[in-house]
Design a protein around this ligand. Sequence first.
Ligand code: HMN
Length: 291
Amino acid sequence: LSEIRGVLPALVTPFDENEDFDAGRMRKVVDFLVERGVDGLYVTGSTGEAFMMSPDERKEVLEVVIDQVAGRVPVIAHVGAISTHHSIELARHAERTGADALSSVPPFYWGFSQDQILAYYTDITAATGLPMCAYNVPLAGLFGFDMIKRLAEIPGVEGIKYTASTHHDIMRIKAEIGPDFILYSGADEMAMSGLAFGADGLIGSFYNAIPEIFLAIYAAMQAGDLERAKALQETGNAVIFFALSRNPMAAIKRMMAWQGADAGFCRRPMTNFTPETEAALKADFRAFAAE
Ligand code: HMN
């Protein structure tokens, strides 16, 4: 993972009006993001609505993305599922398809024990030669520092996507597990803080819609320009909190469409904008952007 740094959108998956995967829109979205300079793509994660898709659909999305990227940026394939069996199938497919790395949320829903979760990561990581990026996220149950330390001991687990507000642990992970354990900060509204505490990169939903703000934050932090990073984070957060209060997944897809990369619709039970509610969203956004 050490070569994958910078800003990586947790790629959205475009569905069409009938909720079918829309490969044409997917290809345009990939080009839109790569041309805007993102440093990689994180495919079929939570933002990619992976848990709304069958394993075969997830494979198809990854194949289309890797084909369209054509080696321009690295691709991390999220292969998390509740059963190790399915995750291994997705991981082997990702390796065959040409992904650069794997990532997975821990198995959730059943309340698995720490030992079961460790076995899950050991088994999927051993199934391929790709590096694994574990994933600490409230939606699947946070690990805590001691568990992250144990995960880091599994051969092939080279880093973590860290979506939590406990940024003091980012510093601790870097200090105690080591600087080579790669960490991607996953809370977009705290991107600057994640980087300040030692993150190597950023992975998140809003980098689909407003990548340049976060590419500029990353560059400012690399240059040690805290004032600039803070001003950019304030601008980014205004957009993030605007969307978070208005159905964020669908709003991100609409904001992309306004910029020429129509990311389509979400799968139910996520709600989509109708032409009327989208017009209202756009008017609100214009008013907010003018402030
Ligand atoms: C993914 O797994 O696809 C995303 O990267 C998840 C990502 O980290 C988002 N977190 C969650 O959905 C829990 C953030 O981008 C989040 O949407 C953002 O920070 C706004 O709170």
